[in-house]
Design a binder for this molecule. Structure first.
Ligand code: ATP
Length: 570
């Protein structure tokens, strides 16, 4: 398939702001895509060349991109660079210079999506000496085949700045519509996507094997499954209703969730909550796992904690310093970690996640040897609320966040905030309100002491049903001077000229600056009240910034449904 056909769709999507129209355009387009191309096309509509978890990095320096544009257009690098600065968008600059390409530079063939996909993969794989030159000439070879409009989008894909406002859920909706004629079948796609979070694989399976094929999708070592999340309760007494009888009570640790996969060759891969590959950041954890978890093949989950010399947990922010590309070994020495393992999802050729908790736990206990850096989650099995409360306070005394209550007969509900897991945290127990993970969608210019900076942020919750973001609070409290300085830098990458299509904001709340929904912040709020100004219809009272949740994607933020349920319970 020619890249031009996809570019025509990008052009249409860029101009619309309605989620439904977006779905229709995509569905109509998907119907025309040959089956063998649908996987690549599904990724490219999200601006990716593969799934997030593959961790593909093109490794092209901006300088190299400018050089490639210059080569393909016959312009000087200085001219291209000036234009990029003037336009603030290398895509638009590429489009303009290619328009002015001298006639003597004849186009060399057409650009197909296969060629684009293969060449971009080649660029990613090129390393070693002279890599930047090789990458540049590969990119130039693509740009030489591109029309000005194709060059605009190709450049944005390469830079990772293709912002069509299309979310994964919108792509699943459109696939369901295109291949089954009914949006309601999306549920089947979503269930498969929770086990195989790869839109390309879902699209390919649907195109070739239909809904039946999707129902058979299995967990695979090396491909993460979407992580299960926990429900909340208002008081511990409520537990008896939600999970009668004995339950497993575990410590709730405030660190980084990790899913560790070991394949039959012994290779261990670590995936984050966002399903990014984070193996390179934790070489020490890989060693600990090699030593203390004894099975040929497994998928397990746990929480990584930074610990002090006495083994006590350090704050989440300390652990976040381990999120780095450089000086990894030094930081591994300076900030030692420990993994509290709580789940087994796959073992030696067999999926385990749909087995009852009790069975999964028994298998986990068989393969896990407690040792340096690795240990089972603290655990108690009981039906006695007093014992649960005592365990909860013990966990708080040890510096943990609270407890997790797990149904002994419950399966692991991939990608779902299911009732088989319930969290009970210190904020609830002290009636301090609750914490919410919200997406920054806009900012207001500061006044007085804050003039010249952002004074407040407009924050939204995620509406999973519509794949959109609805606002719930204006956040100004808790932003320290340091943070106010950091904010413009952190948010600059996501600044956009107009309201992103998936963001819903009332006129009263329109911010001075818009952001693509990407950055997640954790907010503590005292109460949920009705509000005519926020598009959710509810607002958080006295919201206070706690910290960034860089471990979460926008689609993993607190959902509008959760906030509504919390309001109804009060
Ligand atoms: P929170 O901000 O309360 O951590 P969350 O939205 O990040 O909420 P929840 O589903 O509410 O996630 O809580 C589950 C999270 O708690 C997991 O993602 C995991 O990182 C962490 N966690 C800590 N200890 C455990 C445990 N024993 N079992 C499961 N998850 C645990």
């Amino acid at each position: 398939m020619q890249f031009k056909l996809l570019v025509d769709v990008y052009e249409q999507l860029e101009k619309i702001s309605s989620g439904n129209t977006m779905r229709e355009i995509l569905a109509n387009f998907f119907k025309t895509v040959p089956k063998e191309d649908i996987s690549i096309v599904a990724h490219l509509t999200l601006g990716q060349i593969d799934s997030q978890y593959e961790g593909i990095v093109l490794g092209l320096a901006e300088k190299s991109i400018i050089k490639a544009i210059a080569l393909a257009s016959g312009q000087s690098e200085t001219k291209v660079k000036e234009l990029v600065q003037k336009k603030g968008d290398a895509g638009l600059a590429a489009e303009e210079v290619l328009h002015k390409k001298p006639r003597t530079l004849v186009p060399v063939g057409t650009l197909t999506i296969h060629l684009l996909y293969e060449t971009l993969h080649k660029i990613a794989q090129t390393s070693g000496s002279g890599a930047q030159e090789k990458k540049t000439s590969l990119l130039a070879s693509l740009l030489q085949k591109a029309s000005p409009l194709e060059a605009k989008y190709l450049t944005r894909i390469v830079l990772g700045t293709l912002r069509m406002g299309v979310g994964e859920m919108t792509v699943l909706d459109a696939l369901a519509l295109a291949y089954t004629g009914e949006k309601k079948n999306k549920e089947i796609l979503e269930t498969a996507y929770n086990i195989c979070p790869d839109v390309g694989e879902i699209a390919k399976t649907l195109a070739h094997k239909g809904l039946k094929g999707l129902e058979k999708i299995e967990i695979h070592v090396g491909r993460p499954i979407k992580m299960m999340l926990a429900q909340r309760i208002e008081s511990l007494d409520e537990l008896t209703k939600k999970m009668p009888g004995k339950v497993a009570v575990e410590g709730k640790y405030d660190g980084e969730r990790v899913q560790a996969h070991k394949d039959t060759t012994g290779k261990i891969t670590l995936f984050s909550r966002r399903l990014d590959t984070i193996t390179a950041q934790f070489p020490d954890l890989v060693k600990h796992l090699e030593k203390h978890v004894k099975a040929k093949e497994y998928v397990i989950e746990g929480e990584i904690l930074a610990i002090d010399k006495k083994g006590r947990p350090l704050p989440f922010q300390t652990l976040m310093q381990r999120r780095r590309k450089y000086d990894v070994e030094q930081y591994a020495k300076d900030i030692p970690i420990q993994l509290k393992i709580f789940e087994l999802l796959y073992l030696d050729g067999k999926a385990q996640f749909q087995e009852p908790y009790e069975k999964r736990l028994a298998q986990l206990q068989k393969i896990l040897r407690e040792g340096e850096g690795v240990m089972p989650a603290d655990r108690l099995i009981t039906d006695d609320l007093e014992k649960i409360d005592r365990f909860f306070h013990e966990m708080l005394d040890q510096g943990y966040e609270g407890i997790m209550l797990k149904s002994l007969s419950g399966e692991y509900q991939a990608g779902t905030r299911g009732w088989n897991w319930i969290k009970w945290k210190k904020e609830y127990a002290k009636d301090l309100g609750d914490t919410f993970d919200l997406v920054v969608v806009g900012a207001y210019h500061g006044r007085g002491k804050r003039s010249g900076m952002y004074g407040a942020l407009l924050c939204a919750a995620y509406n999973r049903e519509n794949d959109s973001f609805e606002t719930v609070c204006k956040l100004g409290t808790g932003l320290t001077d340091e943070l106010l300085e950091e904010l413009p830098k952190k948010l600059a990458k996501y600044k956009v000229g107009q309201k992103p299509a998936r963001v819903h904001v009332s006129r009263e709340m329109e911010p001075d600056v818009w952001f693509e929904p990407k950055i997640v912040v954790e907010v503590l709020a005292a109460e949920i009240t009705k509000s005519p100004h926020h598009t959710l219809g509810l607002a958080l009272r006295f919201p206070r910034f706690l910290h960034f949740r860089d471990d979460k994607t926008a689609e993993q933020a607190t959902t509008t449904k959760e906030i509504k349920e919390m309001k109804n319970k009060k």
